[in-house]
Design a binder for this molecule. Structure first.
Ligand code: MSP
Length: 471
């Protein structure tokens, strides 16, 4: 059987345009999808991203802007698509939860869970954070506020809701699968956090809302709408049902998310799938937050940076590099434009860019074809292991170590003093290393990799313009 790889990102709320936080998840998805397309062939990879368009937060934002929620969703989902185009994100499908096909599958899935006896009617009494679209307990609060939305007060709600028997499902099915690793949560510290939180006690959760009209009606009680998280989580599955030829991709191989929404993905989503007798995804990876001066970058805190600001300054691949190497994938990382400038100049303008300019100039002077069979170039085992375990910073370190070694090799061999065969041998080695570097760069910096390969596989290698002009 041919292997397949299905990677998803979280789907983004349409209350605001993308910022570097949402760009981070999507870029990581793109890198993984590009890597697996090379390994398994494009037909065997499915990369899904999209927008989360229902619920109270979107309804409220639309009201404030005097727009209809769907108008807002149409506008902002376009902004997401544009931002991903600018960042050269090559997704296979962009899902929107207002898509009628998705809505049908959400209804069918919920009806199935209801028929299986896992849903009952009750009353929800308690606090709700509209920013997170989530019910809060006293333990979640810091100074009586949601820690992620300290400038908004949670609202008290009391309404008829339908609940899923989360407590029972988690104890019997979800916890054993998380503990045994059958359902894999990465990084490991996040798995430990989820396991201890489950052991502290799990309550049943509401899967519907009475007072929110902007959502999918519950199939058995049309006065209620589906809770926006239940609607949104189902996107990962629904995409594989209604898009032609995508059925084989379920279960997902990897859900990429931020650490703030791990509970929904690792506990509620699993419970829903178990209740509906659907296979569970394989792995969930929760990355950290981009922070600015130690605070999470977010619209509500007013400290966001938009991807376009970086692209205008560092170019597309410069931005991709700076974002993905900003911190270890899985940990938080502080974003500082000053540090980005320094890193851009050191690693891209001086490191990679300078090596390419230098060697291409020497090859132009040699004026002879350098024959290297790139089809024989492969990733080395260590690099494969790092990428397949989402250790992007370490994989990039391998590439930048190769760049330094190639630079050193040139300095030591002083090709500018050589002639004939000796010169040709030194340049052949250098070009071979550069083409190998270019292969490794492919998932990370696709345009740059393409440019480098074209420069050095040309029968007449010409001195190249700087790939990354110094700032
Ligand atoms: N719509 C929900 C997800 C539903 S998935 C079934 C949501 N949307 S969001 O727009 O608020 O956030 C989307 C993603 O962006 C989350 O994974 C979140 O962790 C990530 N980020 C938002 N701000 C971030 C940073 N400052 N840094 C890194 N990622 C963060 O939640």
């Amino acid at each position: 059987m041919v292997k397949k790889f299905y990677v998803t990102t979280t789907i983004y709320y349409v209350n605001d345009e993308p910022h570097l936080g949402s760009a981070y998840t999507t870029l990581a998805g793109d890198i993984i999808a590009r890597y697996y397309r090379q390994k398994l062939g494009a037909d065997n990879v499915f990369f899904l991203t999209g927008t989360d368009e229902h619920g109270q937060k979107i309804q409220q934002t639309a009201d404030e802007k005097e727009m209809l929620p769907l108008e807002l969703a149409n506008k902002v989902s376009k902004q997401f698509k544009n931002a991903w185009k600018l960042l050269n994100i090559n997704y296979d499908f962009f899902i929107r939860t207002t898509n009628p096909d998705h809505k049908k599958i959400v209804s069918t899935l919920l009806q199935k869970i209801y028929d299986a006896g896992y849903i009952y009617e009750g009353v929800y009494k308690g606090l709700y954070c509209i920013g997170c679209e989530r019910f809060l307990t006293e333990n979640d609060l810091i100074n009586n506020k949601c820690p992620l939305h300290p400038n908004k007060s949670p609202v008290y709600q009391e309404e008829k809701n339908y609940f899923i028997k989360l407590k029972e499902l988690v104890k019997k099915e979800v916890l054993p699968r998380i503990e045994s690793g059958e359902y894999n949560i990465l990084p490991k510290k996040r798995k430990n956090e989820i396991v201890s939180r489950i052991k502290e006690g799990v309550e049943d959760v509401s899967i519907s809302r009475e007072g929110v009209s902007w959502g999918i009606p519950l199939p058995w009680d049309k006065k209620q709408t589906v809770y926006v998280w239940v609607d949104a989580l189902t996107n990962y599955y629904s995409a594989t049902r209604f898009i032609a030829k995508k059925r084989k991709f379920w279960p997902a191989d990897l859900h990429l998310i931020g650490k703030d929404i791990l509970w929904f993905h690792s506990v509620i989503w699993q419970a829903m799938l178990i209740a509906a007798n659907i296979k569970l995804p394989n792995t969930i990876f929760a990355h950290g937050f981009f922070t600015v001066n130690g605070q999470k970058m977010s619209k509500s805190l007013g400290n966001v940076i938009r991807p376009k600001e970086l692209i205008d300054k560092y170019g597309v691949d410069g931005t991709r590099y700076l974002l993905i190497s900003a911190c270890t994938f899985g940990s938080d990382g502080n974003i500082s434009l000053k540090d980005f400038d320094t890193k851009y100049n050191a690693d891209l303008a001086n490191g990679l860019g300078n090596l390419v300019s230098r060697v291409s100039k020497l090859c132009e002077n040699l004026n002879k074809k350098i024959d290297i069979d790139v089809s024989k170039h492969r990733y080395d085992k260590e690099f494969i292991k790092l990428i397949e375990n989402y250790k992007f910073d370490k994989a990039l370190k391998i590439i930048w170590d190769k760049i330094s070694r190639t630079d050193k090799f040139i300095n030591e061999n002083e090709p500018w003093k050589l002639k004939g065969c000796e010169l040709e041998n030194v340049l052949t080695s250098a070009v071979s290393s550069i083409l190998n570097i270019s292969l490794c760069l492919k998932p990370f910096l696709p345009e740059t990799s393409e440019k480098i390969t074209q420069i050095f596989t040309n029968p007449k290698i010409k001195s190249a313009n700087p790939l990354f002009p110094r700032l």
